[in-house]
Design a protein around this ligand. Sequence first.
Ligand code: UT7
Length: 319
Amino acid sequence: MFSRITGVGSYLPGQAVSNDDLAGRGIATSDEWIVSRTGIRFRHLAEEGETSSDLALQASRRALLAAGLEASDVDLIVVATSTPDYIFPSTACLLQSKLGNHGATAFDVQAVCSGFVYGLTIADKFIRSGSHRRALVVGAEVFSHILDWSDRGTCVLFGDGAGAVVLEASERPGILATALHADGAHHDILSVPGSVCGGKVTGDPFLRMDGQAVFKFAVRVLAEVAGECCEAAGVSPSDIDWLIPHQANTRILEATAKRMKMPMDKVVVTVDRHGNTSAASVPLALDEAVRDGRIRAGQKIMLEGVGGGFTWGAVLLEF
Ligand code: UT7
């Protein structure tokens, strides 16, 4: 038994916000700085009351429609998010309620920007075990809600959005290989080191990052974990049709492609228009490339995540 992606969907809230728009809001930055350091030109930002489950709902409906399924058909809902609606219940349960699904297994995965790759791997294992047959795997984030808008080193980098896939049991693969890793020794280079206690926020409720440490870590592990996945599946990197790494920075994407000896025209890039949408970035990019016809049935796709924790991972699949 294997698992296969049978439907993909995504959702971006509101209008695209440009770098100049951010500079116009009083952030001491410029389009030139942001584009040259990150490749980011636009991002979408959710409204104040708009939550991860709201964005997840729109992306999920589109993925279910693409798969030709109803919400009641899925028996597993996994939501990858670091910006959950509540402390509890899980965003997956809130999404389940909005979708009108009753009884499916539902839980969140917290692996920051690797969250979707973690969630997809977990769902693959549920399906391959025979316990579940149809999963909805979602990456949904409203990082704009946890940004310190006075910290120009972080607030220009992130955006909001959601992406979803339907993963179904199949006799034909599907997902060919997966690899997940973490090293909590690096927990402090990218974190939101706050919590709620006694009715108050304790610690710091905003995203903090050592950008250069994150950059170096990301480039190294993205190339390594892709190689590990290829080896596990017996697939050469040159056989990969499309590489979809976590969309954090075009320089990270370029360095990863170079290390993997892949031309940039095989890399799906959305960070220029979406910014870094954390767990949503990989399914958003996957959906874009499926809908515009770049990704076709039978092609080999490498999905990769890297983020806070530190966490990293990859999924190699045949579409
Ligand atoms: O999902 C993973 C999430 N994180 C990432 O992917 C981030 C990975 N890291 C990066 O992409 C880069 O490290 C950044 C884009 C975050 C920063 O680029 P950098 O080349 O490492 O710049 P820096 O932090 O060393 O800052 C260089 C200068 C500083 O000024 P001084 O001290 O040289 O005068 C900063 O204050 O750039 C300044 N700066 C800015 N200037 C204009 C920092 N942010 C901005 C800004 N606009 N938004």
